[in-house]
Design a protein around this ligand. Structure first.
Ligand code: PMP
Length: 388
């Protein structure tokens, strides 16, 4: 039998990663796999994860089996991060949440749920997209229909094309959409487009399948969830795949969840039970380590604040501690990966030339380049150029 096995399809991203990892040239710049890196190009653990690990260690929870559908408190907290505490679907018990093997596992479980419920369902996927989307749905035995997501001449979403597909697809089709920070184009729907899309999905009775792997890395946690919250508020049937790989830098721990929104709470109970049954016969339960860390952070107000503000808040605290003159509060009101320090080009050059703190002359810094190890040095250097 085994002589009949065929080689699997190649995986371009992991081939690229293997080549990059093996490249020891000091000039290396790895812009491949989507991993938060520090200024040395290495993996960077979040400070909040480091602290949660210490707390977890003290709890001495052991390594018993997790339940099939996962830790209920972790799921409740995760659902609130996605939908917002006041979401009607959550409050009325219409959301079935289960733990998954990160975002990939959530996509795969969602695909299995669809395939085992209505095998003839057509799955609409806009291209280009994450390289695993089409294979996951095909592997589940579903028919995938592709369309152009991007109008490349305008470098914008081809929204009319998306709406045409929603209108022309057989009723009850599934539309796979990315919640924010679209991989690979970086081009997302606007809040207004999400509103229009919600209307059309509802009119044509289509199901939304939202994959959100980068919540918090775009405009902020709540802002990045605008699209899926708009669809949930419109009362649509939807599946949402949540990953904590990127926003907690927990890639290897495989931590995530699938949240299915039904139109009635009694349906949600049946959906959850079907998910339990699929999980049981495929991998039995999800890894516990990552979800324990995420639960610790999300349930502790001060860690949660640190998670949200991360390095921005940290830098501000160090600036305060060193009594560096000036108003630096903009650091925590801005969002995203970058911040522009209000420094003169000469001050920036001094930081580079005399302090090994590398930043361009416009003062733009990669906030993710700060770590517990280097932040104190950076703050002291900043003080010396500001207080010259
Ligand atoms: N969806 C998208 C759009 C992604 O980019 C990724 C990761 N590259 C995933 C899902 C899955 O990531 P993970 O399984 O690590 O959560």
């Amino acid at each position: 039998m085994l002589e009949l096995v065929q080689q699997g399809a190649p995986d371009p991203m992991f081939t690229l990663k293997k080549i990059a990892d093996a490249d020891n040239d000091p000039r290396k710049v790895d812009l491949g796999v989507g991993v938060y890196r520090n200024e040395d190009g290495r993996y960077q653990e979040l400070e909040v994860v480091r602290r949660a690990k210490k707390i977890l260690d003290g709890l001495d929870l052991g390594h018993d089996y997790a339940s099939t559908t996962g830790d209920e408190e972790f799921l409740r907290l995760g659902a609130a991060v996605l939908f917002g505490e006041n979401c009607e679907a959550l409050i009325s018990g219409r959301v079935s949440s289960v733990q998954t093997i990160s975002g990939t596992g959530a996509n795969s479980l969602g695909a299995s749920l669809i395939a085992s419920t209505v095998p003839s369902t057509k799955v609409y996927i806009g291209l280009p997209t994450w390289g695993n989307h089409v294979p996951i749905f095909q592997h589940a035995g579903l028919e995938v229909v592709t369309y152009d997501y991007l109008d490349s001449t305008r470098h914008a979403v081809d929204f009319e094309n998306l709406l045409d597909n929603v209108r022309e697809a057989p009723l009850g089709s599934v539309f796979v959409l990315q919640g924010c920070c679209h991989n690979p184009t970086g081009v997302d729907l606007s809040p207004q487009q999400w509103g229009e899309l919600a209307q059309e999905l509802s009119t044509y009775n289509q199901v939304a399948f939202i994959d959100i792997a980068y919540q918090g890395l775009g405009d902020g946690l709540a802002e990045d969830a605008t699209g899926l919250r708009t669809l949930a508020d419109a009362g649509l049937e939807m599946l949402v795949c949540q990953s904590f790989s990127k926003n907690f830098a927990l890639y290897g721990e495989r931590c995530g969840a699938l949240h299915v929104v039904s139109q009635k709470s009694w349906l949600a109970e049946i959906v959850k039970d079907q998910l339990r049954s699929i999980i049981r016969k495929t991998y039995s339960s999800s890894p516990a380590y990552g979800s324990r860390l995420v639960k610790i952070v999300l349930s502790d107000q001060s860690l949660r604040t640190l998670w949200l503000k991360k390095n921005r808040q940290n830098l501000l605290s160090h600036i305060d501690a060193h009594h560096i003159p000036g108003d630096w509060s903009y650091l925590v009101s801005e969002r995203g990966l970058f911040s522009c320090l209000q420094l003169t080009p000469a001050q920036c050059r001094t930081l580079v030339d005399h302090h090994h703190v590398h930043l361009p002359e416009n003062g733009r810094i990669n906030i993710a380049g700060l770590s517990e190890e280097n932040i104190e040095r950076a703050a002291k250097a900043l003080k010396s150029v500001v207080c010259l």
